[in-house]
Design a protein around this ligand. Structure first.
Ligand SMILES: Cc1cc2nc3c(=O)[nH]c(=O)nc-3n(C[C@H](O)[C@H](O)[C@H](O)COP(=O)(O)OP(=O)(O)OC[C@H]3O[C@@H](n4cnc5c(N)ncnc54)[C@H](O)[C@@H]3O)c2cc1C
Length: 474
C-alpha cells in the first residue's frame, strides 16, 4: 500500500501517467485483482492536464451521441455519484443553463434538446422570465435557456487523489518521478526504462500519458493519433462574487467554439473560461492579457454585477486534443498494450467510465483475474466551502493560510501522510488549498515553506513567476 522503489518484480499491469485518467484506471485495475504499478514522471500526481480544468461533472447532454466519449462520460458521471459519499468526495448540485442572448441562439435550442434526449439526459426549456427568476443576476436581455438540472460541480483534485489512494490502500504501487523513456517487449513482458531509476517489468502496459500520449504510444507502435494540446485560460473571481448566482451558465456553442462558461467552484470562487487555443507546447500553459481581458468582458456581459468584484487569480490548462473528436481507446493484443489517448475535455467526468471500459478490454484481451474482496475505502478530507471544514473545529490549532482557512494540521497531514504524501508544492496546494486564496500565497508562503521543509527536507524548489506552486524550478 505504498510508494515503492522501482525494480520490484513483474507486474501484471504498468500504467503510464498519473492524471485523473491514470488514477481511475489504477484504481479499477487494482480492484479488478491485477498486480498494478502506476508510473508518473512528475513529483506528484495530477501535474499534467488534470492540474487545471473547470471542475464540472458533466451529464453528457451535449456529447456527440453514440461515441465512446458519450458512453464513458455518462458512465463516469453515474459511477462518481455512486462512490463519492463512501469516500467523502464532494458533489455540489447546481444545474446548468445553456443561455440564449439572440434569435440565433434561440434557434439552436431544438438541436440542443434533441441531442440531450438522444443522450438520455433530461433537460427543460425556460423562457426569459423563468431564467431571470432562477438567476436574477444575469443580464436583462437574456432570451431563454435550456436547463440541465443534473450538472454538478466537484473538487477536481480530491477525486483523482481518492482513486489513487484507494488503489494504494488495496495493494497497488505508485512510483513518482518515474518518466518512462522507452520500452521493449521480450518473452511476453514489457521492460520499461525509467529516467534515473531501475527498469520496470509488466505483462501489459496502459498508456494514460495525456498530452504526451502520442510520444508514449510510439514505444509500442507508430502513434495513430497526434496530440496538439488545446489551451484553456481562466479568470478566477474572488469569493465575494460567489453568492451572485448558483447555476453553471453555458453559452450556446457555435461551429467554432463552445464559448465562455461562468461557474462557481466548490472552493467558493467564480470561474470564467476556458479559451480554446491549439498549441505545440505540451507542458507549460501560459496566460496572456488579451485573452484574459476578453474573458473578463464576456463575464461582465453575462453577469454585470461581476464588475464589482476582484479577480483573485488566472490560470490555464492543456487539453490532450488529437485530430479525432472521440477518445482513442484500444487494446493491442500482440503488443500487450492498451492505449487510452485523446481524453481532451471531459476526462474528469469520464475517468471512472474510461477505467471500467479499460478493465473490460483487459479482461477480454489479456487476463481475467479474480476481483478483490473486502476492499478498503479511503476517506478524503473535505475542501469544499459548503461543507464543514477543519478550521471550524474547536481543536483546529493554528491557521497557516488565512485566505483559504487552511490549518497547519491539514498541511502537516498532507506532508506526512503514509499512503500518498504531497510530493511537490503544487501537490500540497491541491491537497489543502494553501496559497490558493485571495493573496495567492503572499502572506502564507513563508509558513507553508517552513512546514514543508520541516517535514520533507528538500521538497520545495525555488519558485518564480507564473509557475508558482507547481514545484518546478524554472
Ligand atoms: C481548460 C480545461 C477545462 C476542462 N474542464 C473539464 C470539466 O469541467 N469537466 C471534465 O470532466 N473535464 C474537463 N477537462 C478535461 C480534463 O481535465 C482532461 O480530460 C483530463 O485532465 C485528462 O487527463 P489525463 O489523465 O488523460 O491526462 P493528464 O492529466 O495530462 O495525465 C497524464 C500524466 O502522464 C504523465 N506522463 C506523461 N508522459 C509520461 C511518461 N513518459 N512517463 C511517465 N508519466 C508520464 C504526465 O506527467 C501526466 O501527469 C478540462 C480540461 C481543460 C484543459
Amino acid at each position: 500500500m505504498t510508494e515503492m522503489m522501482a525494480g520490484d518484480g513483474l507486474y501484471d499491469i504498468a500504467i503510464i501517467g498519473g492524471g485523473v485518467v491514470g488514477c481511475a484506471v489504477f484504481r479499477a485495475c487494482v480492484l479488478a485483482g491485477a498486480r498494478t504499478v502506476l508510473l508518473e514522471k512528475g513529483g506528484d500526481l495530477l501535474e499534467g492536464a488534470s492540474k487545471a480544468n473547470s471542475a464540472i461533472l458533466h451529464t453528457g447532454f451535449d456529447a456527440t451521441p453514440d461515441t465512446l466519449e458519450a458512453a464513458c462520460v455518462q458512465r463516469g458521471y453515474a459511477l462518481y455519484r455512486e462512490i463519492c459519499a463512501d469516500m467523502n468526495l464532494s458533489v455540489v448540485k447546481t444545474g446548468a443553463m445553456v443561455v440564449a442572448w439572440t434569435d440565433e441562439d434561440l434557434a439552436q435550442f431544438p438541436k440542443i434538446i434533441e441531442k440531450a434526449v438522444r443522450n438520455g439526459v433530461t433537460v427543460r426549456r425556460l423562457d426569459a422570465r423563468e431564467v431571470r427568476e432562477r438567476e436574477p443576476a444575469l443580464a436583462d436581455d437574456v432570451r431563454g435557456a435550456v436547463l440541465v438540472e443534473g450538472e454538478h460541480l466537484i473538487d477536481p483534485w480530491s477525486a483523482p487523489m481518492a482513486y489513487a489512494r484507494q488503489a494504494l490502500l488495496n495493494g497497488g504501487t505508485l512510483i513518482r518521478q518515474a518518466r518512462v523513456e522507452n520500452g521493449v517487449r521480450r518473452e511476453g513482458a514489457w521492460h520499461l526504462d525509467l529516467a534515473g531509476k531501475p527498469a520496470i517489468q509488466a505483462r501489459t502496459v496502459i498508456n494514460c500519458a495525456g498530452n504526451y500520449g502520442d510520444l508514449v504510444e510510439a514505444i509500442a507502435r507508430p502513434s495513430p493519433f497526434q496530440i496538439t494540446p488545446r489551451k484553456g485560460q481562466f479568470v478566477v473571481f474572488d469569493k465575494t462574487a460567489y453568492d451572485l448566482f448558483r447555476t453553471i451558465i453555458l453559452p450556446v456553442p457555435t461551429a467554432l467554439t463552445k464559448g465562455v462558461v461562468v461557474t462557481r467552484t466548490v472552493f467558493g470562487n467564480v470561474l470564467v473560461g476556458p479559451t480554446a487555443e491549439p498549441q505545440q507546447e505540451r507542458e507549460f500553459p501560459t496566460v496572456d492579457h488579451d485573452n484574459l481581458e476578453a474573458l473578463r468582458k464576456a463575464a461582465f456581459r453575462i453577469i454585470p454585477a461581476l464588475r464589482e468584484h476582484d479577480v483573485t487569480t488566472t490560470y490555464a490548462g492543456l487539453r490532450p486534443a488529437t485530430q479525432f473528436s472521440d477518445y482513442q481507446i484500444e487494446a493491442l493484443k500482440t503488443e500487450g498494450w492498451i492505449t487510452v489517448g485523446g481524453i481532451r475535455s471531459t476526462g474528469l467526468t469520464g475517468a471512472l467510465g474510461i477505467a471500467e471500459h479499460v478493465v473490460a478490454l483487459y479482461r477480454d484481451t489479456f487476463a481475467d483475474p479474480a476481483p478483490l474482496r473486502d476492499v478498503t475505502l479511503p476517506q478524503m478530507p473535505n475542501l469544499v466551502e459548503e461543507l464543514p471544514r477543519p478550521w471550524m473545529l474547536p481543536e483546529r490549532g493554528p491557521i497557516a493560510c488565512h485566505c483559504e482557512r487552511v490549518t497547519e494540521k491539514e498541511i502537516k497531514t498532507a506532508l506526512t501522510d503514509e499512503v500518498l504524501p504531497a510530493g511537490t508544492l503544487g501537490g500540497l496546494r491541491r491537497r489543502t488549498r494553501c496559497m490558493m486564496g485571495r493573496c495567492q500565497g503572499f502572506y502564507c508562503t513563508r509558513r507553508v515553506m517552513e512546514l514543508a521543509e520541516t517535514h520533507l527536507p528538500g521538497l520545495v524548489t525555488p519558485i518564480r513567476g507564473s509557475q508558482r506552486g507547481d514545484g518546478r524550478d524554472v
